[in-house]
Design a protein around this ligand. Structure first.
Ligand SMILES: *Cc1c(COP(=O)(O)O)cnc(C)c1O
Length: 375
């Protein structure tokens, strides 16, 4: 028996909706399924405006264009995150200041923001790791005090909340991913969440290759043309049709993922005493969206042995990010600060299989294997 780390879930209506899109004769972007996804996301989570993109990476690049990031601007971004959280701003020529994670979890430690702010700081990128909220009140207070933008990389955080507010909807801009490894998927896909109305018009222009095409189709202007810089960020209707089926199944998907997560948590509650391996704690201000069940080992050696041991039982349990401040691309540009928690999660974090179709018996099998691991 082998248990993969992830398995993309088909809710059932994807083919029907794709067929409907194809039969409608309109398969490029911004058609009926795109519009349905926009309004579904806006009503489900109370967002003012969303735009589907072909990935979260694209949504982050749109954010970078919207904020007019350029050479000389400084961006504060976690080191323990996916490349795109930083790359989207590096692409525009920004200077990156990597911030460490906290002790509690891989989210950035808000206490470290102040010392990284200079007159050149333009934005903070926050990543809600494993779908668990960063401490947004602390972050927004600092950002407002210094007049800097907050971009929430909520790639993993659909249907997760901070003090009752949906993640992605708290900062100036937010981004979602619908990559096949996320909770709600469309193969490759994402969304930009625009929380400030003065960004609405330009966000559509950037989305539509620098043209005012969206306004034209709404009849607001009588011709459309090149009005700003932009790119082709909108997905085809085929992707949107797939995504719409998934969004309709949100509750079902989320309920099962959370069940699996809580089963791991209950099964593994003694692991910290047995092996000093830590399991996640959800802070009082956050919710759990069942995106990921991870554990933090006591050392790199322990984690390597555990990964190999699980592999020998057919279980794929991978590590995760490698600190960006210490990446091949960036290492020489880093200012030398030690980012101890980012390094710790790089070396010690392990993720357990998590997908809709994972059976209770498999969760128990994986948990028992871990409890029997000797170190
Ligand atoms: C998955 C992920 C991304 C990238 O998403 P894509 O849709 O694949 O571009 C960015 N940031 C984080 C935190 C992610 O987990």
């Amino acid at each position: 028996m082998t248990i993969p780390f992830n398995k993309p879930y088909l809710s059932g209506r994807e083919f029907e909706y794709i067929q409907e899109a194809v039969s409608s004769g309109k398969i490029s972007g911004d058609g009926q399924f795109t519009k349905k996804c926009h309004s579904k996301l806006e009503t489900l989570f109370g967002f003012k405006k969303t735009l589907l993109t072909t990935s979260c990476t694209d949504a982050l690049e749109m954010a970078s264009l919207l904020l007019k990031i350029g050479p000389g601007d400084e961006i504060i971004v976690p080191s323990f995150t996916f490349v795109s959280s930083a790359n989207a701003f590096a692409l525009r020529g920004a200077t990156l200041k990597f911030i460490d994670s906290g002790k509690l979890n891989p989210n950035l430690d808000p206490h470290l923001i102040d010392e990284l702010i200079t007159p050149k700081t333009k934005a903070i990128v926050v990543v809600h790791y494993a779908g668990v909220a960063c401490d947004m009140d602390a972050i927004m207070t600092i950002a407002e005090k210094h007049g800097i933008f907050v971009v929430e990389d909520a790639a993993q955080a659909i249907n997760s909340y901070y003090k009752g507010r949906a993640l992605g909807g708290i900062g100036h801009l937010g981004t979602y991913s619908f990559h096949e490894t996320k909770n709600i998927i469309s193969g490759e896909g994402g969304a930009l969440i625009i929380n400030q109305s003065d960004f609405f018009d330009r966000s559509e222009i950037i989305w539509e290759k620098g043209t005012n095409r969206s306004a034209f189709f709404r009849g607001e202007v009588n011709k459309y043309g090149w009005v700003d810089i932009g790119s082709s960020f909108l997905p085809s209707e085929l992707n949107a049709a797939y995504l719409y089926a998934q969004l309709e199944a949100l509750d079902k998907i989320q309920n099962r993922r959370i069940e699996i997560w809580e089963r791991y948590q209950a099964n593994l509650k003694d692991i910290t005493n047995l092996l000093s391996i830590k399991i996640p704690e959800i802070p009082h201000y956050a919710t759990n969206n069942g995106h990921m069940f991870y554990m933090v080992c006591e050392s790199f050696t322990q984690r390597s042995l555990l990964i190999n041991y699980l592999k020998s039982h057919g279980i794929n349990a991978p590590f995760h990010y490698i600190s960006l401040h210490d990446s091949d691309y960036f290492r020489e540009n880093h200012d030398g600060r030690s980012l101890q928690y980012s390094a710790h999660y790089t070396d010690c974090l392990i993720r357990l299989p998590m997908y809709f179709e994972l059976k209770d018996s498999e969760v128990d099998f994986i948990s028992n294997c871990i409890l029997n691991f000797k170190f």
